[in-house]
Design a protein around this ligand. Structure first.
Ligand code: FE2
Ligand code: FE2
Length: 263
């Protein structure tokens, strides 16, 4: 079993397709990941399941790999204890999780934005451009830039989990470019297609960061690194030259607007 723990997950899944289904049942979605060179043992460490669940899952995986043997599953060494947990973030991670909250509020408004989409009037087009400005200035420049230019630099950027995060950010950017091109053509269907795809992408992306990536990063950063990270975030925000207040107001007004329309 040790040998399989040190194998890339795609290789394991190629050899034993049922393993993908088992991982999936425990909320570990490796199948669709386009990179897929994470080692099986790293996946177990990163996802940090409760020990009994981890044991149960790995025993099932071992039974697939060695159907004729009774496997003593070696416990993966981890840096955390076994208490059931509500995720407790360090101050810099908490800041990012809070920024996600505002991005999630925008993502939740996308169906309403599309219901009210008007590409024929100057005013309607500007409404969409304001939404795109939120994505580009807040979600991307203000938030993703801190991840890419500060946080991810604390880790080996060749790690699959970070490659996947970078790819998600890039896919988000290409949806935004496609939305703007579609707006030029007044193509409502293409705007809807890319805005919905952005919604789906960001929903999953934020979930991966909140539930898997940030807690794993917190477990691997020293107190000194966490302190340094926090001051680097503060500096990055200051250098950005604008505060997030403007975007809080933007989202708040949009919510109020749509809520009033519903009455
Ligand atoms: Fe991200
Ligand atoms: Fe994020």
């Amino acid at each position: 079993m040790e040998a399989y723990l040190n194998k890339g997950i795609k290789e394991v899944i190629d050899e034993f397709p049922e393993v993908e289904k088992i991982l999936d049942e425990y909320g570990i979605g490796c199948g669709p990941c386009s990179v897929g060179t994470c080692l099986l043992k790293d996946i177990v460490e990163i996802h940090d399941l409760p020990l009994d669940k981890e044991q149960e899952m790995m025993t099932r995986v071992a039974t697939i790999i060695y159907p004729d043997k009774i496997i003593e599953f070696p416990q993966i060494q981890r840096k955390t204890d076994d208490k059931p947990k509500k995720i407790k973030y360090s101050p810099p991670m908490k800041k990012l999780v809070e920024e996600h909250l505002l991005i999630k509020r925008w993502v939740a408004l996308i169906p309403e934005v599309l219901n009210n989409l008007d590409v024929d009037s100057e005013e309607g087009r500007q409404r969409l451009l304001d939404g795109v400005d939120f994505i580009r200035s807040y979600a991307d420049k203000y938030h993703h830039a801190k991840e890419e230019e500060v946080l991810f630099k604390y880790f080996d950027e060749d790690l699959d989990i970070l490659k996947v995060m970078h790819e998600d950010h890039e896919r988000g950017r290409s949806h935004v470019r496609a939305i703007l091109e579609a707006l030029e053509r007044r193509d409502k269907a293409a705007i809807a297609e890319h805005l919905n795809a952005y919604r789906e992408l960001l929903t999953e992306h934020i979930k991966k960061e909140d539930e898997i990536l940030y807690p794993w990063m917190d477990r691997n950063l020293s107190d000194a690194q966490i302190g340094k990270l926090f001051s680097e975030f503060t500096k990055a925000d200051e250098e950005m030259g604008y505060s997030s207040d403007k975007y809080e107001v933007f989202i708040h007004n949009l919510e109020k607007n749509f809520l009033q329309k519903e009455k």
